[in-house]
Write a protein that binds this ligand. Structure first.
Ligand code: NAD
Length: 727
């Protein structure tokens, strides 16, 4: 075996070390699954072996689960043959079950994280000892990428914890720390790190029971199975909760519920066959395919800087000046300090700069009070932020992030002040959300080092940074900016200059389509409820309030000015103008928008809205719900397609990851590009044509889509992975 080493000690206990060659972390590759079978055979048939302890040879953890790269590949398991797919899908369950029923006691010495198939592996042993490492995690994160735990996890975890207690771990992919796992009876012992193998061996020598609880006559499911009065309640409530949280958009969660419900009513060997069927059913959905690709594979690749131009040496950003200590600047200063970057935080007055640092102070104080940071570490982090109004302090900065008012003149002025202090190698990044980078770069004496570095609010919570290229931005500046974004632990996407860049432009269409629906006379409650049911984080009117109606009004005025004759006035523009100019309704920020926001209690729809727009439809039947859903999703997706046609975005991975992380595009789709690919470009175009006939040219498919439909292409096949290195 290449993945497992066996050493038998004088007591006849085999120490099995799991160590996949050539990888930093153990995963369950096809070769590992095959060898678990061989391992079981050896333990079973070798009379010298009385029992076995399985541990990891990696310092990084025990096992991170299935190899999603293998699972998420084209073709899927079995290559279209259902029996072959079942056999391949069942292989892991079969191997684990053989380990569990081999007749000899097996213990796991868990010396690092065990996630997904890694946790399922140890759940199939008879005794689990965990090293007491504060960061060690045990969990089944499959549902987060649209998958179902397919190595017995749905069956063993529920039989250990009970359905109700296991639900958040199965459905939300929550993980547990060693102490929690011990309290939940998922593991048997937590011991000081380094003594787990010894403790596991002691159990084999002293107790060594080779029969799993569910294989014993007296076994009862904790909290009761589906046909007990309490157990039945859990499923009734659980289904309702699941529906409320997911609107039926996620096959993984639905199938997990089904696998648990059906599996708990039959003997274990039948239960795992049921699980495998649901595992495969889930794996074959476009949702799983899209989610694995975007939320796991692409996210991981972009997180390693896969789009970074090659040939530029790594740029270690040690000192950064942040211009403007307002909402964004304060957040940027905080994430930089957390990443160990010395930060000069500049505002017009010392007082304003100090106020900006106050944001980091409050967050650090909270983390210290919650025991997440030591007081000394907190102090050290805050000591990295130097608030000032003096631009002389910019000197020595490797990079500048400009986050002053959204005003060309103010931005031009601070660009000049900062550049006067900068070395030739330094990067100047603007955090503008709307102003084209090429235009802003005109104020720069070094436009090749000028770039957009667009953060999202709140900066400390949002994982995406959109890097925007001006006409003159050079490759080195792109590479350096990516190095910076990765250092502050965010995911970068790189886009070309355009009105609203990529994320704001596509997100804007969601909000606008909400306004179109309102103009069509659909009741606001229906619009937002269906908006949420599409899988977006909030409905379009709620989101509009969050963004701010006065901002939307300002953008409309500016766009009209910029586009001149090409600007198409929509009926709702007047509604927004009236709300902002006459009624002072700016959105959530002043407690008055489409909703009223009382100091206490939930927001309620503003009753005055019905005086501004005529509500014609207050009943939502299935046809209307489908219509709204289609309009909201297709409108965003066609805008993403236009961004490809115009070269604003060029890599499908960046388009999908950017959409989900940036504006919360329905994650079940895997992103707008995966959404189109999943439907099929030809079919997508057909629906767009119908939408255009019914609602207007905003749905008209770009020529690119028609060409792709004619050629039978998908975005991932046509645009593939951007090879910046080759370029
Ligand atoms: P803000 O009004 O909260 O902060 C701007 C800060 O810049 C203020 O503290 C102001 O005193 C300071 N400032 C103004 N002129 C200055 C000067 N000459 N020198 C130094 N400081 C000066 O605004 P914000 O929301 O933090 O936005 C800042 C930038 O980030 C804007 O370009 C905005 O478009 C962009 N942005 C905002 C968001 C968002 O959600 N708010 C998201 C992404 C990008």
């Amino acid at each position: 075996m290449e993945n497992f080493k066996i050493e038998v000690d004088g007591d006849g206990i085999a120490l099995v070390t799991f160590d996949v060659p050539g990888r930093t972390m153990n995963t369950l590759t096809a070769s590992v699954i095959k060898e678990i079978g061989e391992l079981v055979e050896t333990i079973k048939t070798d009379d010298a072996i009385k029992g076995a302890v399985i541990t990891s040879g990696k310092t990084t953890g025990f096992c991170a689960g299935a190899d999603l790269g293998e699972l998420g590949g084209e073709g899927g398991l079995g290559g279209g043959d259902l029996q072959a797919a079942f056999d391949a899908g069942f292989a892991l369950n079969k191997a684990f079950r053989a380990l569990e029923t081999g007749g000899k006691p097996i213990a796991a010495a868990i010396n690092g994280l065990a996630l997904g198939g890694g946790l399922e592996f140890v759940l199939a042993t008879h005794y689990r000892v965990v090293a007491d490492l504060p960061k060690l995690q045990l969990g089944l994160p499959e549902a987060k990428v649209g998958l179902l735990p397919g190595g017995g996890g749905t069956q063993r975890l529920t039989r250990l914890m009970g359905v109700m207690a296991a639900a958040p771990y199965l459905l939300e992919g929550k993980s547990m720390k060693p102490a929690e796992a011990l309290g939940a009876k998922v593991v048997h012992e937590v011991v000081p790190a380094g003594t787990e193998v010894e403790a596991a061996k002691t159990w084999i020598k002293t107790k060594g029971d080779p029969v799993a609880p569910w294989d014993k006559k007296e076994f009862k499911i904790p909290g009761g199975g589906p046909y007990t009065p309490t157990g039945a309640q859990v499923f009734i409530m659980g289904n309702a909760m699941l529906r409320k949280n997911t609107y039926g958009n996620y096959p993984a969660q639905q199938n997990i519920m089904k696998a648990v419900y059906e599996g708990l009513q039959v003997p274990f060997d039948a239960a795992i066959r049921i699980e495998t069927r649901y595992f495969l059913k889930t794996l074959m959905t476009p949702q799983a395919k899209g989610m694995i690709r975007t939320l796991f594979l692409s996210l991981q690749e972009l997180g390693k800087g896969s789009g970074r131009p090659a040939g530029v040496p790594y740029y270690d950003v040690k000192k950064v000046a942040v211009l403007g200590a307002g909402m964004m600047g304060a957040g940027i200063a905080y994430v930089q300090a957390m990443a160990g970057i010395e930060t000069v935080l500049i505002d017009q007055t010392q007082e304003a700069a100090d106020k900006g640092k106050g944001y980091a102070e409050a967050l650090v104080k909270k983390a210290v009070s919650r025991g997440k940071l030591t007081a000394e570490k907190g102090e050290a982090i805050l000591a990295l932020i130097h608030p000032t109004s003096d631009y002389a302090n910019v000197k020595g900065s490797d990079l500048v992030v400009e986050a002053v008012f959204e005003n060309r003149d103010v931005k031009a002025q601070v660009t000049k002040l900062a550049e006067a202090q900068l070395a030739d190698t330094a990067v100047f990044g603007s955090n503008t959300s709307t102003l084209p980078i090429t235009g802003l770069a005109e104020a720069s004496i070094r436009p090749e080092s000028f770039i957009g570095i667009h953060f999202f609010s709140p900066v400390d919570k949002m994982g995406l940074v959109e890097i925007i290229l001006g006409e003159k931005t050079d490759q080195a500046t792109i590479a350096k900016s990516i190095d910076y974004v990765l250092k502050i632990k965010k995911t970068p996407i790189v886009v070309n200059d355009s009105r609203g860049f990529y994320t704001s432009r596509c997100f804007g269409t969601f909000v606008q389509e909400g306004m179109e629906l309102l103009s069509d006379g659909i009741a606001p409650a229906i619009i937002d409820n269906v908006g949420r049911a599409t899988g977006m984080p909030r409905g379009p009117l709620e989101m509009h309030d969050d963004v701010a109606l006065d901002l939307s009004h300002k953008i409309a005025i500016q766009t009209k000015k910029d586009l001149g004759d090409k600007y198409e006035e929509r009926p709702f523009t007047a509604v927004i103008a009236k709300m902002v100019e006459d009624l002072g309704r700016y959105g959530r920020k002043n407690g008055k928008g489409f909703y009223d926001y009382p100091e206490k209690g939930p927001k309620t729809l503003w009753p005055g809205l019905s005086e501004l727009v005529e509500v014609k439809t207050t009943d939502a039947d299935k046809a209307l719900i489908d219509q709204i859903r289609t309009r909201l999703l297709y409108r965003q997706a066609v805008e993403a397609a236009r961004c490809f046609e115009e070269g604003v975005i060029t890599d499908p991975r960046e388009a999908d990851v950017g959409a989900i992380l940036g504006w919360g595009f329905a994650p079940w789709t895997g992103g707008p590009v995966s959404f189109i690919d999943g439907i099929g470009v030809a079919k997508f175009v057909e629906t767009l044509d119908q939408l255009t006939a019914a609602y207007g040219t905003r749905f008209t498919p770009p020529a690119l889509l028609r060409e792709m439909a004619a050629k039978g292409e998908t975005f991932y096949s046509r645009f593939g992975v951007k090879e910046k290195a080759a370029a």
